[in-house]
Design a protein around this ligand. Structure first.
Ligand code: HEM
Length: 420
């Protein structure tokens, strides 16, 4: 931690020590700050993820337990203001990832504080912030918004209409996105809130989604979580330690598309509502057939252990395939070129007041280097035949280009904005 910066955990320590507390008069923050500086050597420890790096954090990062995702619409037409916004976001993002307040403390009784305060005293909780640009950032209502249509990646073409979609436009798309992931929900919320505050006058939130409980594992060191259908989810996901698969399927290589995207990736988000009441009424056998795996062990049908290989040829005594023709797992692994990094979260937005049913499901997030060649054909196949379709509805959709990471002292999107 740099000299003169006070971490949220310093505040906790000081408050806990009966020191300054948080109800401070004029000069109170200064008192905390100077005392905090005395705590030299105090470090947030292993619970931070560096903001800066070759790729943005929150993709290959071991998946955290909570998420707050926000999509924003620009209200400024001045691209230099958007550049400044990405600078300010990166600066605040790097501070918050270290467990520091979003901005320099101010001591004025007459101005709002630079940090909203609800994360004071909380651990950094592996906070990651991932920033993205949607197709409408470049082209809106057919207009080349900032005169940069020639450097829009082909891979960012809007997703085509997909069979079965019942999309709520008010919860779809967006010019910009922020994905905040952390092991503490209040830390993720705080980060998005402060970034939105920084964007005031330039961009407004169009929709946002809170996610609790990861529905994938992205590291070999993690156990597989369960989604809200009670199924182990993420067993055969790409794991970040597998650099070959990450390079082949997730990161955009040099020379593919515009140079500002090299080292970046594309994020597809789908709000998938589960028809939980229907699912809860069907037999265990039907649930397992739908997915192609046993519910409790997560093993492929007919096998005992979660990580036993999936054999699509295996037949039961009656000659029928053990994994049904329309099972989710069978359809999801038809083409080895379509692999994706899944990094979604369970969500609930309470009840559907009209029907009195749970409004809950999977906020699906996938990273891939080419959504048109990976997510789209994969989802088309699932949408056409997946037995799981009886129990789910895709209710919102969004696509964002995720630029590469920022170098220390730089900002996310720098290579794009320096060309404008
Ligand atoms: C609510 C909706 C969904 C549920 C409940 C669900 C659940 C599951 C489960 C339980 C597995 C097996 C364990 C695993 O390997 O992770 C799985 C595998 C998989 N799912 Fe989904 N999934 C959903 C939506 C999707 C969507 C929208 C896609 C992509 C378009 C997708 C792509 C995959 C892939 C690629 C696999 C791995 C298949 C393999 O290689 O074995 N899933 N899903």
């Amino acid at each position: 931690m740099g000299e003169g910066k006070i971490s949220r955990r310093d505040l906790l320590r000081l408050a806990g020590a009966g020191g300054a507390g948080l109800t401070l008069g004029a000069g109170g923050y200064a008192a905390i700050r100077s005392a905090g500086n005395e705590a030299a050597g105090f470090s947030p420890g292993s619970t931070t993820v560096p903001f800066f790096g070759e790729n943005q954090a929150g993709i290959a990062t071991t998946q955290q337990e909570h998420m707050h995702f926000a999509a924003l619409g620009l209200i400024t037409e001045d691209v230099s203001e958007v550049r400044n916004l990405f600078r300010a976001w990166s600066e605040a993002g790097a501070r918050m990832a270290e467990g520091e307040p979003a901005g320099d403390e101010n001591y004025s009784q007459f101005l709002p504080p630079e940090d909203t305060g609800e994360a004071f005293g909380l651990h950094p909780a592996n906070l990651t912030l991932t920033f993205g640009l949607g197709p409408s950032f470049f082209q809106k209502d057919g207009e080349d918004r900032f005169g940069i249509a020639k450097i829009v990646p082909e891979a960012l073409a809007p997703l085509p209409p997909l069979t079965g979609d019942v999309l709520d436009e008010a919860r779809s798309d967006g010019d910009l996105c922020v994905q905040a992931c952390a092991d503490d929900p209040q830390v993720a919320f705080h980060a998005v809130r402060n970034l939105v505050r920084i964007a005031r006058g330039l961009a407004v939130v169009r929709w946002s989604q809170l996610g609790f409980g990861r529905t994938a594992s992205t590291s070999m060191a993690q156990s597989t979580p369960r989604n809200l259908m009670g199924l182990k989810d993420g067993t055969n996901n790409i794991k970040a330690e597998d650099r070959d698969l990450m390079d082949r399927f997730v990161w955009v290589p040099d020379g593919e598309g515009p140079s500002w995207m090299a080292g970046g990736t594309y994020l597809v988000a789908r709000r998938i509502r589960m028809l939980i009441e229907v699912w809860d009424r069907v037999s265990l056998a039907e649930q397992e057939t739908s997915i192609g795996r046993h519910k409790y062990s997560g093993a492929p049908i007919g096998r005992d252990n979660e990580f036993d290989p999936v054999n699509l040829e295996a037949q039961g005594e009656n000659g029928e395939p053990l994994i049904a023709e329309d099972a989710h797992v069978r359809l999801a692994r038809q083409n080895s070129e379509e692999r994706i990094l899944r990094r979604g979260y369970s969500f609930t937005d309470g009840f559907d007041a009209e029907r009195g049913q749970l409004d809950a499901g999977l906020f699906f997030i996938a990273f891939q280097r080419d959504p048109q060649g990976q997510f789209v054909p994969l989802q088309q196949r699932l949408a056409a035949n997946d037995r799981l379709n009886e129990y789910i509805r895709h209710t919102a959709s969004a696509l964002f280009a995720i630029p590469p990471g920022a170098r220390e002292g730089g900002y996310v999107g720098e290579r794009l904005f320096e060309r404008i």
